[in-house]
Design a protein around this ligand. Structure first.
Ligand SMILES: [Zn+2]
Length: 224
């Protein structure tokens, strides 16, 4: 099931992790893909929103993690390009393994046998790149290649695991699941400063905000 947040925007609540479907000026865009067993739910959500599987044009990933790239292979055979921050891209394609010298990397390495590389083309993104109406912001910390996406046209910020919603406000990505929490804090401040204002904010975990998204992030950044 998907929840419509606007006439061009749908939220997947995949029990604990979010994915988002956006009609970005006619380009149907899925943002993050949940856990490996979420594939069918993602595909069912497309028809809930009035689309078919073949309508999907692109998949934006906020980062490489079990609970955000897990459903990717459900889209093998669909003509959809995958986009991901360039530091995380070789992990998505399987060209690199997560580093053992970091607690988060070691956990990722442990579960990597359960993730298959997708068949679709994977395009690495750098800070400032654009995909459709979205601008890419490199926000390292949760993972080295973590990115957020902001569309000024849609007044939409896709925040991935830079922050999570808890009790009606944003909190930084916690230590246990982050490569580097100092980098998370720097990224929150840097992103809050550089990104334009947006109303709708979808974090990777928790409930999306439909109003004053960037304002809520600014509030967190002020405490960093
Ligand atoms: Zn996550």
């Amino acid at each position: 099931m998907v929840t419509a947040l606007a006439d061009h925007l749908w939220w997947y609540d995949l029990t604990g992790v979010n994915a988002t479907l956006v009609d970005d000026g006619g380009m149907l865009t899925l943002v993050d893909t949940g856990l490996p067993w979420h594939g069918n739910e993602l595909i069912a959500g497309l028809s809930d929103a009035g689309y078919e599987l073949r309508d999907l044009d692109r998949i934006l990933l906020t980062h490489f993690d079990f609970d955000h790239v897990g459903g990717l292979t459900a889209f093998d055979g669909v003509d959809a390009t995958i986009y991901v921050g360039k530091r995380d891209a070789p992990l998505v394609t399987g060209e690199q393994s997560p580093p053992l010298g970091n607690h988060k990397g070691a956990f990722q390495r442990l579960i990597s046998p359960f993730l298959d590389a997708p068949d679709n083309e994977v395009v690495p993104l750098a800070d400032g790149d654009t995909v459709g109406s979205f601008t890419v912001y490199h926000t390292p910390g949760h993972t080295p290649g973590h990115v957020c996406y902001v569309s000024e046209t849609l007044s939409l910020g896709l925040l991935g695991d830079l922050v999570r919603e808890d009790g009606g406000r944003f909190e930084p990505s916690p230590w246990l699941v982050s490569y580097d929490t100092d980098a998370v804090a720097r990224s929150i401040s840097d992103f809050a400063e550089r990104a334009p204002d947006f109303e709708v904010a979808v974090p990777g975990h928790g409930v999306p905000f439909e109003k004053r998204g960037s304002e809520r992030l600014d509030r967190l950044a002020a405490t960093m």
